[in-house]
Design a protein around this ligand. Structure first.
Ligand SMILES: CNc1ncnc2c1ncn2[C@@H]1O[C@H](COP(=O)(O)OP(=O)(O)OP(=O)(O)O)[C@@H](O)[C@H]1O
Length: 160
């Protein structure tokens, strides 16, 4: 059995009622897709701290009141020994005006018309749980970046 190395990432949402802030990824992993804000958890940081930092760096807004964990996702890619372990958070509040960064171009979307065809294919499977206030745990195995070969998704009450 070959060992999987796990790398920790964050993904954080800014939501205001019926609208959700997403960013168009201009470079790097997931380039050309709309996504929430996030990246690698750096040494010495908690996932919550990393989530707040990435929202500030990529969307130009400050999280107020901290972030709440809403999901945990594991992504693996055929032929790649590194798994992405993604902690998904929702900001309790924010201050500032979304501003384009070198990495992301932020834009508000109505939760009823999210651009799923221009997002990662897993998103349309788990976003509905998040959008109705649920928490989830899932794993997705990809071939390339467009095809999900296998998936497991469950709604959970807590993460303990
Ligand atoms: C496979 N299906 C997927 N579905 C939804 N979201 C996905 C994803 N796969 C990765 N993601 C997210 O994409 C970001 C990449 O982060 P990424 O830009 O690589 O990190 P970071 O900003 O630290 O990198 P640089 O420092 O710019 O190299 C990060 O939020 C991560 O959660």
């Amino acid at each position: 059995m070959s060992e999987l190395t796990k790398k920790l990432f964050t993904l954080a949402f800014i939501r205001e009622g019926n609208r959700l802030l997403l960013g168009y990824k201009k470079r790097g992993f997931g380039q050309g897709r709309w996504n929430a804000f996030g990246g690698k958890v750096e040494a010495g940081e908690t996932p919550e701290e990393a989530a707040v930092r990435e929202v500030q760096e990529e969307a130009g807004v400050m999280v107020v009141g901290g972030v709440e964990k809403v999901g945990e996702l594991l992504f693996t890619f055929e032929g790649d020994p590194t798994a992405m372990h993604v902690m998904v958070f929702s900001a309790r509040g924010y201050t500032g005006t979304p501003t384009e960064s070198e990495e992301m171009k932020p834009q508000w979307f109505s939760v009823d018309s999210l651009p799923y065809s221009l997002m990662w294919p897993d998103d349309e499977l788990w976003y509905p749980i998040y959008l109705r206030g649920g928490k989830f745990r899932g794993r997705f195995h990809f071939q390339g970046h467009d095809k999900i070969l296998s998936e497991k998704l469950e709604e959970v009450q807590t993460f303990d």
